[in-house]
Design a protein. Structure first.
Length: 239
């Protein structure tokens, strides 16, 4: 059976389950069914069944490679079940396959990570929930910000990463695009995924300040250790 057929079959069965409001979801998919039953019965409206079906199939595929006895023991761990449940909640709001893959990656990686607890993986999942798909692209870009760094990635996302400079003579449309582009980076800074690099006055060697706002001028951004960790756990960085 093709992956598309599997998804449609799972989607249909999940929809039937949702309408019946029973607890038979454990029979739909063997690994994550019990947790899915709880989520479907409480928090997932009918129109989001398709997203849940896609995510459940993706998570099932990833977890199928985990050693069976180890996985079964962890499914009885309340913290791991809580992590999966949070993943389903976020998947229900997800708008892209990539987002669902990021969520599934954090959950799967939590089983193999020796340095990160389930509670810490859930923290990363919550951070991911605050970052939109465009901001993920910017975060990944700053993993290799040098000239010539990861040219394939840059070309694929050129419409997002192309700088939008703004001057006093710029059109309102350009100013709006520039403002939005900078806001993505600033939000990543607020989440501590970026750190600011401030501009220094070349003559005085002192910090440079904006004459209009009186604040220190930001020259650029750098990815933080937390940012690198998030990328690694969602499958966009080296492990």
């Amino acid at each position: 059976m093709s992956s598309n057929s599997e998804h449609e079959d799972l989607k249909s069965r999940l929809a039937d389950y949702s309408v019946a409001a029973t607890r038979g979801a454990a029979n739909l998919i063997p690994i994550v069914g019990p947790v899915l039953a709880e989520v479907l019965g409480v928090v997932i409206p009918q129109q989001r069944i398709d997203r849940i079906a896609k995510f459940a199939a993706e998570l099932e595929r990833r977890l199928s490679s985990v050693e069976k006895n180890m996985l079964e023991s962890q499914l009885n761990n309340g913290e791991f079940s809580d992590l999966i449940e949070e993943g389903f909640r976020q998947a229900a709001r997800s708008l892209s396959d990539e987002r669902r893959q990021y969520i599934a990656s954090i959950i799967t990686n939590s089983l193999s990570s020796e340095n990160i607890s389930y509670a810490e993986s859930r923290h990363l999942l919550r951070i991911l929930d605050e970052v939109n798909d465009i901001e993920i692209i910017w975060l990944r870009f700053y993993l290799e910000p040098t000239m010539g760094g990861d040219e394939e990635f840059r070309e694929t996302h050129r419409n997002v990463l192309e700088p939008v400079p703004a001057t006093f003579g710029s059109s309102q449309e350009t100013l709006d695009k520039h403002t939005l582009q900078e806001s993505y980076k600033e939000h990543l800074f607020q989440l501590r995924l970026f750190e600011r690099r401030y501009r220094m006055d070349h003559n005085t060697k002192e910090p440079a300040f904006d004459e209009w706002t009186g604040t220190q001028e930001v020259e650029g951004y750098e990815i933080t250790s937390l940012g690198r960790l998030l990328l690694k756990e969602i499958g966009l960085g080296s492990r």
